[in-house]
Design a protein around this ligand. Structure first.
Ligand SMILES: O=C(O)CCC(=O)C(=O)O
Ligand SMILES: [Fe+2]
Length: 185
């Protein structure tokens, strides 16, 4: 793992022991007339998850796509024994951007119902997120200011109404610090 093998053990007690998780079961009804649609039908528009990590099971219909760093959509094919593990926004900020919150979406290509089950592991609402010095590494700039978890959730909820398909409401928009130009990857 990018952060090092021992990281989990070292930080679990102080940072992650009060995390909570929730499950979301989503039933996507089929698009009306998928053949006639010129545009791709999005069951769930591009977004990042507001979690530390998310574990997703999708049924055999498929449709989950991840966006690569270059902006290319990649199909994540389903499989009976496959779970998808996503990094979420809270982990991106906590890791000072060393772990990237994945941009993903769900496209509907078939005229059948689709079901997915997601498990979202999140920091407690009151937690103030700030990358520990050890994660930051010596000489590296801090890329995120500290913020209370619940404040970010509120920011996302108020900005997402009617604009779910738009990116621009990420943790970087909320808490990202402007770095000297040569430092911004
Ligand atoms: O339905 C899926 O496969 C993914 C769902 C998802 O991304 C979400 O609920 O945040
Ligand atoms: Fe998601």
């Amino acid at each position: 793992m990018i952060l090092g093998e021992e990281t989990g053990k070292r930080f679990y007690q102080n940072e992650f022991s009060n995390c909570h998780g929730y499950l979301r079961l989503v039933n996507y009804t089929p698009p009306q007339d998928v053949e006639k649609q010129e545009e791709l039908v999005e069951g769930l528009g591009m977004h990042t998850d507001m979690s530390c990590i998310t574990i997703v099971y999708q049924d055999s219909v498929g449709g989950l796509q991840m966006r690569s760093k270059e902006g290319k959509w990649i199909d994540i094919n389903p499989g009976d024994d496959l779970l998808v593990v996503n990094i979420g926004d809270l982990m991106q900020a906590w890791s000072n951007g060393r772990l990237r919150s994945s941009e993903h979406r769900v496209v509907l290509r078939k005229l059948v119902n689709r079901v997915s089950l997601g498990f979202f592991l999140c920091f407690e609402d009151e937690k103030v997120i700030l990358a520990p010095q050890e994660i930051l590494g010596e000489g590296n700039c801090r890329r995120y200011k500290s913020f209370k978890c619940s404040e970010y959730l509120k920011f996302r909820q108020s900005n997402e109404v009617g604009k779910f398909e738009r990116i621009g409401y990420t943790v970087k928009d909320f808490a990202g610090l402007t770095l000297p130009e040569h430092d911004d990857p």
